[in-house]
Design a protein around this ligand. Structure first.
Ligand SMILES: *[C@@H]1O[C@H](CO)[C@@H](O)[C@H](O)[C@H]1NC(C)=O
Ligand SMILES: *[C@@H]1O[C@H](CO)[C@@H](O)[C@H](O)[C@H]1NC(C)=O
Length: 295
């Protein structure tokens, strides 16, 4: 009798350990995404499902040295060693632990939460783990297009700016047909954990819409500027008006110079006639008659 129960016990132990070995911890093969400020569930399940209430569940960062994100051991959460930035933001659902669900709830996601996490589950006879790649996105402010002036060839100088993005966003200019236009200058700045971008572009075509599009992995914001030929007309008209003014001024100046010269010439001639004698006085009278006769 004793012998038989011993055999049963050993067999049971073997079966137990065999079945436990068939259990595995699974997370997510794909990266988990969340927007900054949101809450997220980092998945971690034991399959086939067994209760993990009596086991140790440890969540930690693989890419940080001092790295406890959440620790559950001896039926309680033990977060004295937890990384400071996770204080008060992690939660294991103890009810879910009964069904082998050790998923971690992380609230008010920060850009600094992005990284690789390990969910490690351990009993006295078994342990397994899974790795989760967690990515954070922060959507910045809508882009703003500023008309920054005109250049000499009549092009409209545009500036597009947007800030508060993570990761580094793509900024692109597109014409009304969606064709990508290459920017003249690009500038990216990183302030703490967010990126701001600034691109310039000069429009030469008349009548059209130019889009400025800022995008990270899953999010896109766009600004639009419509230019009409009036804008160019205004610019060209002002150039024409200025040149017309210059031309008129030029004409007036040359007329004045011409008149002045003419005036001086007549004065000169008059004084010469007055100073001349009688014989020379007849000559101009005759030439005047000669000049008058053909007409
Ligand atoms: C696991 O638990 C989390 C809450 O912690 C829940 O949101 C999720 O749906 C559960 N997953 C499954 C497969 O039950
Ligand atoms: C395991 O999952 C099945 C269905 O998915 C459920 O019916 C069962 O209650 C679960 N077992 C445990 C121990 O949570």
């Amino acid at each position: 009798m004793k012998f038989a129960s011993l055999i049963l016990l050993i067999l049971g132990g073997i079966i137990d350990s065999l079945s436990a070995e068939r259990n595995e911890v699974v997370g997510s093969a794909d990266s988990v995404f969340a927007f900054a400020g949101e809450d997220v569930i980092l998945p971690c399940l034991v399959k086939p499902n067994i209760s993990v209430v009596d086991m140790k569940v440890e969540w930690f960062r693989l890419d940080q040295e001092y790295s406890v994100v959440h620790l559950y051991e001896d039926h309680v959460d033990r977060n004295t060693e937890q990384i400071q930035s996770y204080k008060g933001r992690t939660e294991l659902n103890h009810q879910q632990l009964q069904t082998g669900n050790a998923s971690l709830r992380l609230s008010a996601v920060k850009v600094s939460d992005e990284g690789r996490y390990k969910c490690f589950i351990q009993s006295s006879s078994w342990s397994d783990d899974t790795t989760i790649d967690f990515k954070v996105e922060a959507v910045g402010n809508p882009p703003v297009i500023t008309v920054d002036g005109f250049d000499r060839s009549g092009g409209l100088h545009l500036l597009c700016e947007s800030e508060g993005w993570y990761p580094e966003p793509d900024l692109e200019w597109l014409d009304s047909k969606g064709v990508r236009l290459s920017p003249e200058s690009t500038e990216t700045q990183r302030n703490t954990d967010r990126f701001s971008v600034k691109h310039t572009f000069t429009v030469h075509q008349r009548d059209g819409k130019i889009h400025c599009r800022v995008r990270v992995r899953h999010h896109m914001l766009e600004a639009l500027i419509s230019s009409t030929s009036n804008m160019y007309l205004y610019w060209r008209t002002s150039v024409i008006v200025i040149s017309v003014v210059i031309v008129i001024a030029g004409i007036l100046i040359s007329v004045a110079v011409f008149k002045y010269r003419e005036h001086r010439r007549l004065q000169h001639e008059n004084s010469r006639m007055k100073s001349g004698n009688q014989s020379t006085r007849r000559k101009p009278r005759r030439t005047r008659e000669e000049q008058a006769s053909p007409h």
